[in-house]
Design a protein around this ligand. Sequence first.
Ligand code: CMC
Length: 427
Amino acid sequence: MNKDTITMTNNRTNEQYDFNILDATRGPSVVDISSFYKETGMFTYDVGYTSTASCKSNITFIDGEKGELRYRGMLIEELAENHSYLETCYLLLNGHLPTTEQLLDFDLELRHRSFIDESLHHLIDAFPDAAHPMSILASGVSALASFYYEHLNMKDEQECQDMARRIIAKIPTLAAFAYRKSLGIPFIYPNIDLSFTENFLYMMRAYPGGKMKRTANGEEKIKPIEIKALDTIFTLHADHEQNASTTTVRNVASTGAHPYVAISAGISALWGRAHGGANESVMAQMEMIGDVKNVDAFIERAKDPNDEFRLMGFGHRVYKNFDPRAKALKKLQDQLKDELNLDSKLMDIAHRIEEIALNDEYFIKRNLYPNIDFYSGVILTALGIKRPMFTAIFVIGRTVGWITQLMEFKNDSSSKIARPRQLYLGS
Ligand code: CMC
């Protein structure tokens, strides 16, 4: 008997089939069923891909039982505490952290690439007042494909790197423009004197002419602690293996569509409240709860099988333990408590929800722990960022993950167009 295979018996026909077991460097092995249909004449059935590995990857690893997340082998806690978001981007794109010189080059390149074509301003301007930033962002990124369509050769390593760096650099500008459009205030161009994260805060906050708010004490500066907080949030969102939006990006790219169109599709997939849109919903829910004394009633609703209400920011398909990103954000929240103006009412509601849910039989039995979206909103609110922008912040962090996964897909000679089958039950 070959120990590296799995044998299946069809009890209807008594036929036996062997399928190869492929080992992972970490995590569960997989059964290679690519020849399943050819051999058995049947499809496999797995709604929501709960047991399906859709690709080979060496970018990000999650151990959902332990609550562990690694980018290129490095633990997320180490990256969040000791490395910047740009170092993390470089790590994801290249497989190793940059040297000081490489980081400087990368940083300067992103600064210089952060501008967007003037005609994109008109596109954004054409949106209705108060349009949601995610809608503008998805359209803006899709439009970017038209500006960089002619000269994209995915077989050329340098062109791929340029394509990746360009989108990482331009996303914050598009997001900040989308934000300002949603608030009805004039766009602010990037400032190449500022770092990636500081520039993004600047583009959201500055007054026309690039001046910051005036106070009795002079010009209000962006605080280093604010830059560090947002930079850490970007790092924690940078990649998350084959989640819904990343799978969307890979699937769209599998048809040969332009990478930026694939990223735009990823943005749309992320917007849903079961995925990245949860951060906005968490905050909306906390505001709806309104007071710590109302928390218990909402927890009861979340547990009621006849009520569609779900506790936003709780639960995860992969984590059956604390989401390590949530742990890192909780720690960040505690560190920021004294330095940033964290909303104490929101914090009290969040603490109470956490306290009840972590001790309640319903949540314990289903392994429902707080996820990353549960904690990010309170910090983003303290940074003065309005709620509709929360998921766009997730987009900025995740763009590097999407583009890295897309490049891996393109470089994998076994990649195919994504084309699942179905269990037909019609007439
Ligand atoms: N509140 C109450 N009950 C829940 C929740 C919740 N947030 N999440 C799951 N459950 C229950 C669900 O009702 C089901 O119960 P039962 O077994 O009695 O039918 C059980 O837990 C399993 O849930 P599921 O929907 O089958 O699990 P899933 O893996 O398909 O869904 C999820 C995962 C994240 C979509 C879901 O937990 C959810 O909707 N959470 C709230 C939205 C949220 O916070 N999303 C952000 C995810 S983290 C950011 C990201 O990476 O996207």
